[in-house]
Design a protein around this ligand. Structure first.
Ligand SMILES: Nc1ncnc2c1ncn2[C@@H]1O[C@H](COP(=O)(O)OP(=O)(O)OP(=O)(O)O)[C@@H](O)[C@H]1O
Length: 335
């Protein structure tokens, strides 16, 4: 069985020299990027704290890859600025790429090389420990070392790309859809190894559609929607402060104000009203439905997927007139 074991996680995570540094590892300010008629990123402000697993969620076309490509210097923003490890992404991209590990959504590798040869080739760019770490990862992943990359399966190639990105033990790992192509066992072990990295002070910034997986490993969640950053919050805070409130009215015609807080979404179905609400106060029940007409009221904790759907379904133009949803962020800094 392919396994990223605890031993491996240990060597990946020797304590970084400046682990105590409180400066964000990624600092994005007012970044805007347009492709012809598509506004891919619209005034993005975001900071990624050190030593966390930071998950960037968004629907297809939300702008995740565009943002990650700006951070790694493969794209330039039209406006705004971005820094990674205190280096400017537009002018110091080589330095950034040397210091980080990056796996793009479609890694380009020299197809005519074997896993062994590409490791040897990449080791020229990194410190002396790279070859040993790389070989151990390749062995853990059970990659046939002599086979040309062009002859490997999609999942095996994804593993080679990951091994290349991780083997120099980077302070920041940027992963665009890291688990696509991996089988469920490797996905799980890989994500757990990301948690171990964060615990040792390394930072992992990953984009994903796999919300259930993200829910298991992320410290911080950001949601991009149509090029706008709609939410950035520690996952624990997000889950603690967000509720699905369902009220059943005496009559479908009875109007009912939402239960306070920030309304992420509202659904009306006959006599039933359903809100996904963040920042609900502890005493919301005492104030709710004071005008009468509310027969029963229930409150449950939403899954991250339910929060994601609520945030993405509620674009500003659709925002309910009452309790309007405002992105849960201020300059993308966690509150
Ligand atoms: N090189 C490009 N030329 C033109 N449009 C582009 C280009 N790259 C991205 N876009 C557009 O920018 C928007 C954001 O794309 P992006 O790839 O960043 O989304 P994403 O969130 O990574 O999506 P997915 O989850 O499907 O990979 C999309 O509308 C896409 O069509």
């Amino acid at each position: 069985m392919t396994e990223i074991n605890s031993e491996q996680a240990k060597y990946q995570c020797d304590a970084p020299e400046n682990a105590g540094d409180s400066q964000p590892v990624v600092d994005v300010q007012a970044v805007t990027k347009r492709f012809r008629n598509t506004l891919a990123l619209d005034q993005i402000d975001m900071s990624v704290p050190r030593g966390k697993v930071f998950a960037l969620l968004g629907e297809n076309g939300a702008g995740k890859t565009t943002l990650l490509r700006i951070l790694t210097g493969y794209l330039r923003p039209d406006r705004g600025s971005a820094k990674v490890l205190n280096h400017d992404c537009a002018s110091q991209s080589e330095e950034i790429r040397r210091q980080i590990g990056y796996v793009s959504d479609s890694p380009a590798m020299y197809e005519w090389m074997s896993a062994s040869e590409i490791g040897w080739f990449a080791s020229a760019f990194y410190d002396g420990a790279f070859p040993r770490r790389y070989e151990e990862l390749i062995a853990e992943f059970q990659i046939p070392i002599g086979t040309k990359l062009s002859a490997l399966s999609k999942g095996q190639r994804a593993k080679v790309a990951l091994a290349l990105a991780v083997a120099h033990d980077p302070e920041l790992l940027i992963l665009d859809e890291p688990t696509s192509g991996l089988d469920p066992i490797v996905r799980r072990q890989f994500l757990e190894s990301m948690v171990d990295r964060a615990a040792a002070g390394r930072t992992v910034l990953l984009s994903s559609h796999q919300i259930n997986e993200v829910e298991r490993v992320a410290d911080v969640v950001a949601i991009l929607h149509a090029g706008k950053l709609r939410l950035v919050q520690p996952l624990e805070v997000l889950k603690h402060q967000t509720r699905i409130v369902t009220a059943t009215m005496d009559d479908a015609e009875v109007y009912c104000e939402p239960p306070g807080g920030q309304v992420l979404s509202e659904e009306i179905n006959g006599r039933q009203r359903r809100w996904v609400v963040s920042r609900l106060s502890d005493d919301w029940r005492s104030k709710f439905g004071s005008e009468g007409g509310v027969r029963t009221v229930d409150e449950v904790m939403p899954t991250l997927e339910e929060i994601f759907v609520a945030v993405c379904a509620n674009t500003p133009s659709e925002t309910a007139p009452h309790g309007a949803f405002q992105p849960e962020l201020s300059r993308g800094v966690l509150r």
